[in-house]
Design a protein around this ligand. Structure first.
Ligand code: ARG
Length: 245
């Protein structure tokens, strides 16, 4: 899948004057997670995409963003085929054993998406129901905590868009995903008659970070640039563009 995305991460190009080779940073994402990253007219757009651009401009780094998918993103970072990931990725202890993370840039929690009229009203109501999650996400973990890890009623999907499609088609009774993603879908698709249910008692808060291979020397540079993007008001500007406040 990576090869199909073009170029290789070690590609270099000479800078105009000094003869000093400048490496293009390769960033991976799973662009099926609006409003953070999604495809629009053949382009990857979203909150993360704008934030990444601001960070890289601030840091003075050349980069290229590739839509490689969620599971491949983790593999490509571990093998150092790519340099960095931005994809609404939650910082947690398990991932920290294998990857490095930037400072946090976004607070999130989970929500339950159901069809209007569904008897499901909170996380505990998911017991005995079929629940769709994106494979390998913290949403999967949250549902496993509620229903048990080996529960056959948990259906894992390659991305969040196909999980939501299965909900529309009646394949699952609910989908558990990140709150901003659930809210965005409901807002943009009133005709689909889906609602998003919060349950702060059963879903914890978590934070997104940019993810790196362990020991990456890019991390300190990105942290510094991200801090500046936050302090300068640029972050607030991007936030307003995507979340309206
Ligand atoms: N925040 C969740 C996690 O890290 C879900 C992220 C999914 N992101 C995506 N672009 N599909 O596990």
């Amino acid at each position: 899948a990576l090869a199909a995305c073009g170029g290789k991460s070690t590609e270099t190009s000479s800078s105009s004057g000094g003869g000093e080779a400048k490496k293009k940073i390769v960033v991976g994402t799973d662009a099926a997670f609006a409003p953070f990253e999604y495809m629009d007219k053949g382009k990857i757009v979203g909150f993360d995409v704008d934030l990444l651009d601001a960070i890289m401009k601030e840091a003075g780094l050349d980069y290229e963003l590739r839509n490689i998918g969620w599971d491949p993103l983790f593999a490509a970072l571990q093998s150092k085929e790519i340099d960095m990931g931005i994809s609404g990725i939650t910082i947690n202890d398990e991932r920290k054993q294998t990857y490095d993370f930037s400072i946090p840039y976004f607070e999130s929690t989970h929500m339950i998406m159901v069809k209007e009229g569904s008897p499901i009203q909170n996380a505990l109501d998911l017991k005995g129901k079929t629940v769709g999650v994106q494979n390998g996400t913290t949403g999967q973990e949250a549902v496993e905590k509620l229903l048990g890890k080996e529960n056959k009623n948990i259906k894992k999907f390659e991305n969040t868009v196909v999980a939501i499609m299965d909900l529309l088609n009646g394949g699952v009774d609910a989908v558990v995903t990140d709150n901003a993603v659930a809210n965005e879908y409901v807002k943009n698709n009133p005709d689909k008659k889906i609602k998003a249910i919060a349950d702060p008692k059963n879903f914890q808060s978590e934070f997104y970070g940019l993810m790196f291979p362990k020991g990456s020397d890019l991390k300190p540079k990105i942290d510094e640039a991200l801090k500046k993007v936050i302090d300068s008001g640029k972050y607030a500007e991007i936030y307003k563009k995507w979340f309206g406040t």
